[in-house]
Design a protein around this ligand. Structure first.
Ligand code: NAD
Ligand code: RM4
Length: 254
């Protein structure tokens, strides 16, 4: 059964990792997909080609999510190409691992701007379009297990992920009257570019693997199903919710 037939899905930061897996997953479920990406044209073009090979339409729009204008442009380009916006997946994010005591101010500011401001303006732009269309919609934000627990080298990052989770709670209230649902997924540790260097430390990687009851770290594809589900009408009565997708890592005390 295809869950997103006839829908237009927008995904930020979708040339790699979780965003890309969600874009492919949405296309496999019958959606046309617009992806936003930061700078590398090659991976964005190959994501578009993969979606087209599935028989769906796709566009790639370059832009830095930290700039509010990027959100307006992304939504406008998607509407120009596909006529509407049904789903926004706010996924783009960075995590430049760094110790707390000597954390440079510009790293903090950039992380806040990309992860939190970026999500805010993307969600707002999508919601403005959905309200104009008048037939509801679904917003899925990629938060993190890090919204709930801390990280020694992530003091600038975890507050943004808690912020994204909170943003979905507040927007679910603000947008419920328009039939727009807002939820977040909270991935555990998923092997992608964002943590490639951090997990190159074999000891750390093995420690992280041991913390997962399902016995492995996640793959980007592990997020595709949960994101497609929340985007779809199968989740018609789900809003303001947060779905952990972490192999059980969060609940594993001992
Ligand atoms: P990734 O590095 O493959 O993906 C992040 C994407 O965001 C990249 O394509 C990157 O180019 C893009 N991006 C970065 N800055 C941008 C900007 N300013 N404008 C537009 N795009 C930008 O890593 P990922 O793990 O797939 O990360 C996706 C999301 O998942 C992030 O929000 C991250 O916080 C979240 N997350 C990841 C994990 C994990 O373990 N990998 C766990 C929890 C949450
Ligand atoms: C996640 C979580 C993972 C980390 C990534 C970068 O939220 O903390 O363990 O690898 O972020």
């Amino acid at each position: 059964m295809k869950l997103l037939e006839g829908k237009t899905v927008l995904i930020t930061g979708a040339s790699t990792g979780i965003g890309r897996a969600a874009a492919i997953g949405a296309a496999q479920h019958g959606a046309d997909v617009a992806i936003n990406y930061a700078n590398s044209d090659g991976p964005a073009a190959s994501c578009v080609a993969e979606i087209e090979a599935l028989g769906q339409r796709a566009i790639a729009v370059k832009g830095d999510v930290a700039d509010p204008q990027t959100a307006q442009d992304f939504v406008a380009k998607a509407v120009e190409a596909f006529g509407k916006v049904d789903v926004m997946v706010s996924n783009a994010g960075i995590c430049p691992f760094h110790a707390f005591l000597d954390m440079p101010a510009d790293v903090v500011e950039r992380t806040f701007k990309v992860n939190l401001h970026g999500a805010y303006f993307m969600v707002q732009a999508a919601a403005q379009q959905m309200v104009k269309q008048g037939h509801g919609g679904s917003i899925v934000a990629v938060s993190s297990i890090s919204a709930l627990v801390g990280g020694e080298y992530q003091t600038h990052y975890t507050p943004t992920k808690a912020g994204v989770h909170s943003l979905m709670q507040s927007t679910s209230i603000a947008l419920g009257k328009y039939g727009i649902r807002c939820n977040s997924v909270l991935p555990g540790t998923i092997l992608t570019e964002i943590n490639k260097d951090d997990l190159a430390d074999v000891e750390k990687r093995e420690y992280m693997e041991k913390r997962v009851p399902l016995g492995r770290l996640g793959a980007p594809e592990d997020l595709a199903g949960p994101i497609v589900f929340l985007a779809s009408d199968m989740a018609a009565y789900v809003t303001g919710a947060a779905l952990l997708v972490d192999g059980g890592m969060y609940v594993n005390l001992q």
